[in-house]
Design a protein around this ligand. Structure first.
Ligand code: SF4
Ligand code: SF4
Length: 173
């Protein structure tokens, strides 16, 4: 299912229902820091990372199962994430997204955070938004979104090779 953005103009309750929709059938982008973090938990990047090219730039995405296009870290028996404690930044942000430009959707408003003007959205298709006791603040989403942007910009093939060389040399990664 595709992300259906709707403006998030206030803090919101959220509780994941483990429906799997966000962990299947879409690219889950990885930053170098995500790859490094997952490697530290004894996962081989060759098993969980795929390469794709976008606008002349190499991007890394999570590997997926062929039979249902689900992320390889999704447990089909429990519906839960096997790497929940160290999952990629983009998974921590979902079902929200942070944009540096408005998407042109009715009701959207800029959110000022640390001197930046951001637009925050939630996925209308996620059944967990508005549920449960946990309140997700826009500050928290903005912080994660800015961190993702920073890490994503410096993620490239050269960086991955250095990360892998560090591991091969026995250096701390
Ligand atoms: S779509 Fe929402 S409720 Fe379903 S697994 Fe993803 S975050 Fe959880
Ligand atoms: S790493 Fe976990 S949360 Fe992220 S897509 Fe895979 S199963 Fe879902």
């Amino acid at each position: 299912m595709r992300f259906k953005p709707s403006p998030l103009t206030k803090d919101v309750n959220f509780e994941c229902k483990f429906c799997l929709d966000c962990c299947r059938g879409r690219f889950i982008y990885l930053t170098l820091s995500d790859i490094e973090k997952i490697m530290k938990h004894s996962h081989d990047p060759q098993d969980f990372t795929l390469l794709t090219a976008e606008e002349g730039k190499i991007r890394f995405v999570l590997a997926y199962r062929e039979w249902d296009l689900g992320c390889i870290f999704h447990d089909p028996e429990t519906g839960k994430c096997k790497v929940h404690d160290y999952n990629p930044l983009i998974c921590q942000i979902y079902p929200f997204m942070v944009s540096h430009q408005p998407l042109g959707i009715e009701g959207e408003k800029p959110f000022e955070y640390k001197g930046e003007k951001l637009w925050i959205y939630y996925d209308k298709n996620c059944p967990g938004v508005g549920e449960g006791q946990e309140i997700i603040t826009r500050e928290k989403i903005a912080e994660l979104g800015m961190e993702f942007q920073k890490e994503f910009e410096k993620t490239d093939l050269d960086g991955l090779n250095k990360l892998l060389d560090g591991e091969r040399d026995g250096a701390s990664v």
